[in-house]
Design a binder for this molecule. Structure first.
Ligand SMILES: Nc1ncnc2c1ncn2[C@@H]1O[C@H](COP(=O)(O)OP(=O)(O)OP(=O)(O)O)[C@@H](O)[C@H]1O
Length: 356
């Protein structure tokens, strides 16, 4: 989305953001460009996921949003206020990747401590602590030492502390990292409740499946750049990674080259190469996946292949080539790319671009 397209109710608005960590030395060889023209927008009520491999720049972006570090270029704002300003910061709750709660605390005393840090009065602290202890499922354990808490319970307490001042936006750094499946599902349940209560949630993760389960919107980042952003429902659709590409799955039969009348064995490796030979060079590089021959019968082999086609004409060409090779089309369906496939394709093609 271009800055001009950003909707007026953007809670987070990031445009052409740059962050270079300066290294030593006159030639600046050790400078690290952690953010390179990052643009993204998260609207009210969204659960927005920032997904990327290690070193993508996710934590750097969060630090700029919170005002912990300054950007070296571009613009970032929260609620239309400059990121890092105290007016913006007051409306944000933050859960760092590993929140350390002093071991002498109980859940209740920890919440009281964080309430005081947020300058809340004692009545508000007592009321919010009650509400949040219920929300995060710590009722009955709230006067126990946190020393006895599991990692999942500590993370839920961390969520509660980030909510003490009732912020409109929650920024969560790897909220389910290191939790067991039960802990992850409990954190997801709380995030869903917060979303239903109208909070905007911005979270950072390298766990693709978690993002898929929790988020409504997504930005895929790698090496300081946003590779794709939009509603999650559009990230794993039938289209390829660019708007015009079409991913299709085709099931078809081809006559065997081996003469079956002589009962010669069918060489499956040889058979496997056949579709690629028939479809190339016209659609070079577009055979994404070829399965083992599914069936070999009456001198014909059945295959299932996936293709990433640049446009509809490329799909027509595949069908024409199949007919030209005396093949028959059994099934042609748009292939829904999983988020994982989209993610891997984007990250790998960026790596190839960098090598070229
Ligand atoms: N204080 C710093 N000084 C120099 N380089 C840094 C600093 N902090 C981060 N970097 C570098 O900036 C790049 C982005 O790092 P960042 O921590 O933002 O990525 P990330 O996506 O959060 O990765 P991870 O999932 O591993 O935390 C990396 O190359 C990292 O080494």
């Amino acid at each position: 989305m271009s800055p001009a397209e950003a909707s007026s109710n953007s809670i987070i608005s990031v445009d052409c953001l740059e962050k270079t960590y300066r290294g030593g030395g006159l030639l600046r060889r050790s400078d690290v460009c952690a953010l390179q023209g990052v643009s993204l927008h998260a609207d009210a009520g969204q659960v927005f996921g920032l997904l990327g491999p290690n070193g993508a720049g996710k934590t750097t972006l969060i630090k700029v949003l919170l005002g912990v570090i300054g950007a070296t270029g571009g613009k970032a704002s929260l609620f239309g206020l400059p990121a890092g300003s105290s007016a913006a910061r007051r409306r944000v709750g933050y859960l760092p990747e590993s929140l350390r709660v002093d071991r002498h605390h109980t859940a209740r005393s920890a919440l009281s401590f964080y309430g005081k840090l947020n300058r809340l009065d004692s009545r508000t602290i007592a009321r919010r602590s009650d509400e949040l202890i219920d929300l995060v499922g710590l009722r009955g354990r709230d006067r126990e030492s946190v020393k006895r808490f599991s990692k999942g319970m500590l993370q839920r307490l961390g969520l509660a502390q980030s909510l003490m001042h009732d912020p409109d936006l929650l920024i969560l750094d790897e909220p389910t990292d290191g939790l067991d499946p039960v802990g992850r599902s409990e954190v997801r349940r709380i995030i869903e409740q917060l979303r239903d209560a109208g909070k905007t949630i911005f979270l950072n993760s390298h766990i693709l499946h978690e993002v898929e389960l929790i988020c409504t919107h997504l930005a895929i980042m790698a090496k300081g750049k946003v590779l794709a952003t939009g509603p999650i429902s559009e990230m794993d659709g039938p289209l390829g990674p660019t708007a015009t590409q079409i991913a299709v799955e085709i099931e078809f039969e081809l006559p065997n080259e081996t003469d079956h009348s002589e009962h010669s064995p069918v060489d499956s490796k040889h058979q496997l190469d056949r579709p690629a030979i028939i479809f190339q060079p016209a659609i070079e590089d577009s055979v994404v996946w070829v399965g083992e021959p599914l069936d070999v019968d009456n001198g014909r082999s059945r295959f299932r292949c996936r293709f990433l086609c640049e446009d509809r004409m490329a799909v027509d060409e595949i069908v024409d080539r199949l007919r030209g090779a005396d093949g028959s089309l059994i099934r042609l369906v748009p292939h829904r790319q999983s988020l994982e496939e989209t993610f891997m394709r984007l990250v790998q093609s960026q790596e190839q671009d960098n090598v070229a």
